[in-house]
Design a protein around this ligand. Structure first.
Ligand code: SF4
Ligand code: SF4
Length: 160
């Protein structure tokens, strides 16, 4: 795991032409998929001021061989609070930083159309070609592209 001393705890920058988060919390309510890569783990531990064992016990679960953030009884991510949003914003994992620019939405127009229905932050007049171009640029600019789905989320694995 990356040392928590070397990792930066910084809120994501919302600077895309085709997306501005509306803080509706919709994407924090789905079950599963909030993968915590080793780099994510270092960041979130630093943000929370916790040790790894306590984090795993209180907030984590293993799914498909990967550490993920657990959901609460309401089905939302355990860090999501109604009216407040993400309570670990600056320490959130890369998959949360990358949404809606997931590989599926970038490579597939139908997935993009569904994402647009689901996420009000995607500009209503954005077409798929523009979204895909901007999305790739956004992931690259913010260091969110990955080639390693084995330890992180497959959603952010793309050729640059
Ligand atoms: S669904 Fe979209 S607009 Fe709503 S919180 Fe998630 S990213 Fe933001
Ligand atoms: S870590 Fe934050 S942004 Fe990610 S799913 Fe949980 S509440 Fe939402």
């Amino acid at each position: 795991m990356q040392s928590s001393q070397n990792v930066e705890v910084q809120a994501p920058v919302d600077d895309s032409e085709v997306f501005t988060c509306q803080m509706c919390g919709q994407c924090c309510r789905g079950q599963g998929g909030i993968v915590v890569s080793p780099t994510d783990l270092a960041r979130i531990l630093k943000a929370l001021g916790m040790d790894e064992a306590s984090f795993r016990e209180r907030y984590g679960e293993m799914r498909g061989g990967k550490l993920q953030i657990r959901c609460g009884d309401d089905g939302a991510c355990i860090f999501f609070k109604e009216g407040e949003g993400c309570t670990v914003h600056a320490g959130k994992p890369d998959v949360c930083r990358a949404w809606p620019f997931f590989r599926g939405n970038i490579v597939d127009a139908e997935s993009f159309a569904m994402a647009k229905d689901y996420c009000p932050g995607i500009r209503r007049d954005a077409d798929h070609e523009t979204f895909a171009r901007e999305g790739r640029a956004y992931l690259k600019k913010h260091g969110l592209l990955s080639r390693d789905g084995a330890s992180g989320g497959w959603a952010v694995v793309l050729d640059d």
